[in-house]
Ligand binder design. Sequence first.
Ligand code: TXA
Ligand code: MG
Length: 383
Amino acid sequence: METIIENCNNSEAIDTAAKILRQGGLVAFPTETVYGLGGDALDPSASRRIYAAKGRPSDNPLIVHIADKNAVRELAAEVPETAVILMEAFWPGPLTIILNKKPIVPDETTGGLPTVAIRMPSHPAAMEMIRRSGVYVAAPSANRSGRPSPTTAEHVAEDLSGEIQMILDGGPVGIGIESTIVDLTGPVPMILRPGFITKEMLSAVVGPVELDPSLVELDRESSRKDHPADFTKTENPSSGPAPDMAMQHPKAPGMRYTHYAPRGTLSIVSDIAHPEQVTEAVTERIIVLAKEALAAGKVTAVLTTGENSGAYAALTEDPHFHRIILGNTDDGQTVAAHLYAALRTCDSLGCEVIYTESFRRDALGSAIMNRLIKAAGHRVIPV
Ligand code: TXA
Ligand code: MG
């Protein structure tokens, strides 16, 4: 199949995309978070095609994208007051809510779950495409399963060219990491995946909000001391359930898989005494580790911030060394926007060993660290 790529500012391209969706085909499209791979959410065969194109396990449910808040009442069995408040406060925008589903939502779309994930994206092309298609659009991130989520149309083409009918090109996305997911089926709203909409932002409108216990555990892990990173091990745990998540099952099935992973071995270097800071001890350790990897003949990369990048200047003379600056320390938005592209850059540079500094867990910081810890397959090197 030939994949057509069209600029999303072209109104005819939106019409073409809408028609493909109506006919059961697949279209990748920009949202404010990451690119999505859309298909008709109420057509089981379209959902099956999404799983096939991504190479994704079919027990990992899809998010249903809508362009009109009223659609929630057609998809969800009941719409609690908290859902109404959250929709009013954050839609359209990077928030996904989980509600009990109505029978019209096929099991193929929800991975057999009795619940459905719903989100109203704010990207104008996404909204227009959904509206003109007349269908609800099931859309996971438009990457091959296990690869970093796509933040440009080129990333989508890298992974899915030839597998899908169309890519709508909207340039680089704004946010760069996936939506916050909140489960509203229990007594207290529970965050299943952190994102741009933070716990504090949610609590400000609906009161107490819980974190999925498996997220808390993931957080704790990043300050554990028993995760030695061995760069000589080349296997990359890029798919399948991460073994150490077995004790606490994340409620979002997708959070169980080692996602976002670059092909090289990524490790987070973190100062146990000051996990919120990149201390000199951290940069010094990264330099030592990078030198060791380079001496072993490995193409090596360091992910850093504008402020800290100078520490690695001497290493940049080695042609096998790559320094990738994600943004400034206090600018979580820029770091988030560059994170997945940086992981893909590591792949295209053929990096075998990658070290990253850790990031402060303020606002977007917890979402950034959540994605990094997963990308690193939980490898944290304590200093
Ligand atoms: O920002 C986003 O949410 C992007 C854009 C394209 O909208 N989409 C996205 O989709 O990230 P995906 O499929 O890559 O991630 C969806 C996550 C998975 O972890 C999945 O397990 C979880 O949502 N999920 C979907 N339906 C669920 C449900 N009914 N209950 C619990 N988790 C669910
Ligand atoms: Mg995804």
